[in-house]
Design a protein around this ligand. Structure first.
Ligand SMILES: [Zn+2]
Length: 213
């Protein structure tokens, strides 16, 4: 395979990492302890934040986040550091997803039989970084040959905004052209020789790792 630069700035997943930042915080008791729990003795299922309790409460207050929203914000920031949240979907809007990936996308342009027909291009992410927001019941799946790749597409508009590639059955292939504007900075496109798929994937240095968490 050969590399071809396809520069061009474009877009990404929801602009801000702040989840529901405009919503009012709910249940603002320090340390995330359930209402009625005694300070310093968290109830069942609660987390004892120890010396961080005050800081946690102040953080929620300052950003107007519920305990769950604050936890998600911080976990996302840590686990997906260096990544941005892109959102996207099909044409009719029935299928919507979010995906954490770099703002600088590494996109594969494949010339296998189906990618040629669909003019498919995709970047690969671990399954854990992809979340289907809506449209699970509006997806249908086409398979052929080894039936390992799951070519999911919208039943209504026919657009394949993401799928499960044969090269990375533990991840997803995302169509960069189905992302919303605003989060992609650059796109590097790498041609992959899908006409000799087994050889191309076997010899590729990094493609298998792209879906590892
Ligand atoms: Zn659709």
């Amino acid at each position: 395979m050969r590399r071809g630069a396809a520069g061009g700035a474009r877009r990404s997943r929801r602009g801000s990492a702040a989840a529901g930042g405009t919503r009012r915080a709910r249940g603002r008791n320090a340390g995330g302890a359930p209402a009625g729990a005694k300070a310093g003795s968290p109830g069942p299922g609660a987390i004892d934040l120890g010396a961080q309790s005050g800081r946690w409460a102040a953080f929620q207050e300052r950003h107007r986040l519920s305990c769950e929203e604050a936890a998600r914000l911080l976990l996302d920031a840590y686990e997906y550091r260096g990544l941005v949240k892109h959102t996207g979907g099909c044409h009719c809007g029935a299928v919507r997803f979010e995906v954490w990936a770099s703002a600088d996308l590494h996109v594969f342009n494949c010339n296998c039989s189906i990618c040629t027909k669909k003019q498919n291009r995709h970047f690969i992410v671990p399954a854990s970084r992809f979340k289907l927001l809506k449209g699970a019941d509006n997806l249908t799946t086409y398979t052929f040959n080894t039936h390992r790749a799951q070519h999911t597409f919208c039943k209504t508009c026919g657009v394949q905004s993401f799928y499960t590639p044969r090269s990375n059955p533990d991840g997803y292939g995302i169509a960069p052209h189905c992302l919303d504007d605003g989060t992609v900075q650059t796109i590097i496109t790498e041609d992959i020789n899908g006409k000799e798929w087994e050889k191309a994937v076997r010899e590729h240095k990094t493609i298998r790792d792209m879906s590892k968490p």
